[in-house]
Design a protein around this ligand. Structure first.
Ligand SMILES: Cc1cc2nc3c(=O)[nH]c(=O)nc-3n(C[C@H](O)[C@H](O)[C@H](O)COP(=O)(O)OP(=O)(O)OC[C@H]3O[C@@H](n4cnc5c(N)ncnc54)[C@H](O)[C@@H]3O)c2cc1C
Length: 291
């Protein structure tokens, strides 16, 4: 969020630079940053697992249950073992949404990747003495996200690539890991020997004008998708307003979402492929030292 936006919404912030910034982060890599004290750092896996474990008893959660077919008119879903019918269906299927036939030429699946070090040992964590866990998002969207986690690990996320078949490969993951290492060493040269314990990738779903899909597609069939890379934040508030939309609860916030949720048209492949590759290469080039 830019300083102008923070000013406009009355959110408190602090601009830190040079030594004062290095003292807060434990790295001299950054020159200037905006700190928003009203934020909290969320572990998305812990959030998803906790929400799932806190579901009320009238909710049944089916995991590892692929939907093989869906009839949007009769609202019948076919899974490998069961045929389910419902009064209301909400598709929260992000980059997979166009496979369900509820949106066409509006979304682009992009993979991004992250690595997490092992826990820093007692001598290594001394480099961060007096420093609270932090999360940092680059000013450029194609830059690197970095975190010092509360369990003393360093997290690095970068690399964006277009994967129209909705899956990635080990070769691409290995390449991303090399890039993560480079970004890590540039920021933490004082800890060159801390290895990454995990490296993984996942899909984000972007639209040309950064607006989400949020609509009633057919009677009783709702769609909420395309969080444009910040699904933990946007998915949470859009999920809240989707529930209110289904229940018929009106509000100025819901009106605002409905008015803006109109992703612009994206040309089909091969044009989409060419455009996505060119745009991502351009963005990564422009992000420069933020990667
Ligand atoms: C490395 C990485 C770092 C990220 N960091 C951040 C961050 O710091 N902050 C942030 O806000 N966001 C972040 N994101 C983005 C965030 O993870 C996504 O925006 C978020 O996961 C989107 O959630 P979702 O539930 O809408 O979609 P998804 O998590 O993509 O879920 C879609 C679901 O649909 C299911 N599905 C699809 N087709 C079928 C079918 N036929 N049958 C059954 N199920 C089906 C899939 O299995 C999947 O579970 C990051 C993403 C990655 C990969």
């Amino acid at each position: 969020m830019s300083v102008n936006t923070l000013e406009a919404i009355g959110e408190s912030y602090e601009v830190l630079s040079d030594d004062a910034l290095a003292k807060r982060l434990g790295t001299h890599y950054y020159k200037r940053a905006v700190y928003t004290s009203g934020n909290i750092l969320v572990n998305p896996a812990a959030l998803a697992i906790s929400v799932a474990s806190a579901l009320p008893s009238n909710v049944t959660l089916l995991e590892n249950t692929p939907i093989r077919e869906i009839d949007l008119a009769s609202k019948v879903i076919q899974t490998p073992k069961a045929r389910l019918s419902a009064d209301t269906i909400v598709l929260a299927t992000n980059a997979f949404t166009e496979k369900f036939g509820v949106s066409s030429n509006r979304i682009t699946p992009i993979f991004t990747y992250a690595s997490l070090t092992r826990q820093l040992d007692d001598s290594e964590i001394k480099c961060f003495e007096g420093i609270e866990p932090w999360g940092l998002t680059s000013a450029h969207p194609a830059g690197t996200t970095v975190r010092l986690t509360s369990d003393n690990r360093i997290f690095i996320r970068n690399t964006l690539n277009y994967q129209p078949n909705l899956s990635s490969s080990k070769a691409v993951l290995d390449k991303a890991k090399v890039k993560h290492r480079k970004s890590y060493l540039a920021r933490f040269p004082q800890l060159p020997d801390v290895p990454f314990e995990y490296t993984w990738g996942g899909m984000i779903c972007v639209t040309m004008n950064h607006e989400p899909v949020f609509k009633e597609h057919a009677s009783g069939v709702y769609v909420v998708a395309a969080m444009n890379g910040v699904g933990v934040a946007k998915g949470t508030y859009l999920g809240h307003y989707m529930a209110e939309f289904i229940c018929g609860k009106q509000s100025p916030e819901l009106d605002f979402i409905l008015k803006h949720a109109a992703p612009s048209w994206i040309p089909p492949d091969p044009l989409r492929s060419v455009g996505a590759h060119m745009r991502l290469s351009f963005e990564e080039h422009m992000a420069k030292g933020e990667v």
